[in-house]
Write a protein that binds this ligand. Structure first.
Ligand code: SAM
Ligand code: SF4
Length: 341
């Protein structure tokens, strides 16, 4: 039976694991830096950023993504960070990814700042889809949460993404108790009115300050309760597959809202992700305690087959779940911004 034995890995080119899962979705962090300082993600002074020489350069990134797509069966590549739009040459990285065969679907998770200027060039490079993070619609609250006065840039960025054809634009929101949990319904109203797909994400223990408390997070159940004060929600009939969001039709549809309940309703059994950090560490899970360094072998001259084997072995060792709900859970050493959300 998959998952219970220490049986050797079968000869299979794909990124299979002992629990029968197949990773086809690659998350690539392009930088750990950011131009916001969301309180739940980073301290006001920022973090100790990765030195430039430790980061994969464009060629190294391009090579790893090529191996993932052409050899390991990756069909979706999502660029994230930190803030991916801060990465110089992001359009070139996207274009190189779009030139692969078979061409993967290419998406990006961003805070939206800079999309007014960049949305069209990102689409021209090959970007297919976008997720923009937005936790509040109130300028002073945006400043409180992100420590920057940039709400209008994000809202304009959302519109620019939609106008550039990145539809449906997805919006990610994290609710924080006593800070923005009174905005669940207004965020949904805004997104429905503008044709954006809103997904709420349960806050996870990935902050560098280690300030996450289970008793202080807004659960999926509470999010749905808050939304139902203003909307009628019915379960979406479309299949969820490996998607992390559970979806509900809003007032009978077609508009939908999603909830990503990573903590209270984990979906690890259907996870199809593999992650690469900006400094070339491979992670089988957001919460992995161990990583596989691909940068060192890459720089020491490893060939594609050796890199692919390291990748397969890392994914074969993927644990069944993230263990947030286990007594012995320990946060990973890297914070979310250095892993890639
Ligand atoms: N800077 C980009 C952005 O904000 O979209 C991409 C990286 S950010 C780490 C990706 C997503 O992770 C954002 O939607 C953010 O709100 C979310 N996030 C950050 N820390 C989180 C946490 N501890 N729990 C849940 N989501 C978190
Ligand atoms: Fe930056 Fe995204 Fe973290 Fe906010 S959530 S500080 S935008 S990386």
């Amino acid at each position: 039976m998959p998952g219970t034995s220490s049986a050797p890995r079968p000869d299979n080119p794909a990124l299979i694991d002992r629990f029968g899962r197949v990773a086809a979705d690659l998350r690539v962090s392009l930088t750990d830096r950011c131009n916001l300082r969301c309180t739940y993600c980073m301290p006001a002074e920022g973090l100790d950023w990765m030195p430039g020489g430790e980061m994969l350069d464009e060629d190294e990134l391009g090579r790893l993504i090529r191996i993932a797509v052409e050899t390991l069966g990756i069909t979706n590549v999502r660029f994230t960070g930190g803030e991916p739009t801060l990465r110089k040459g992001i359009e070139k990285i996207i274009a190189a990814t779009a030139a692969l065969s078979p061409r993967p679907r290419i998406s990006m998770t961003t805070n939206g700042i800079g999309l007014v200027r960049r949305a069209k060039s990102l689409v021209d490079a090959g970007l297919d889809r976008i997720n923009v993070s937005l936790d509040t619609l109130r300028p002073e609250r945006f400043q409180e949460i992100t420590r920057r006065d940039r709400l209008s840039d994000v809202l304009d960025g959302l519109a620019a993404a939609r106008d550039a054809g990145l539809t449906p634009v997805k919006v990610n929101a994290v609710l924080l108790p006593g800070i923005n949990d009174d905005e669940a319904a207004s965020l949904l109203r805004y997104c429905v009115d503008h044709g954006y797909h809103l997904r709420f994400i349960e806050q996870m223990p990935l902050d560098p300050q280690h300030g996450w408390k289970r008793t202080q997070m807004i659960t999926a159940e509470r999010i749905l309760e808050l939304l139902r004060e203003e909307f009628e929600l019915t379960e979406s009939p479309s299949p969820r597959g490996a998607a992390p969001a559970e979806r509900w039709l809003v007032d009978g549809g077609p508009a939908e809202v999603g909830v990503i309940a990573s903590v209270t309703r984990p979906f690890c059994g259907d996870c199809d992700r593999t992650r690469l950090t900006a400094d070339g560490a491979l992670r089988s899970c957001l919460f992995s305690q161990s990583e596989t360094d691909l940068r060192a072998p890459l720089r020491a001259g490893a060939d594609d087959a050796e890199i692919a084997e390291l990748w397969r072995a890392t994914m074969w060792a993927k644990l069944a779940g993230h263990q947030i709900n286990d007594a012995g859970f320990a946060q990973p050493l890297r914070p979310m911004s250095a892993i890639g959300g």
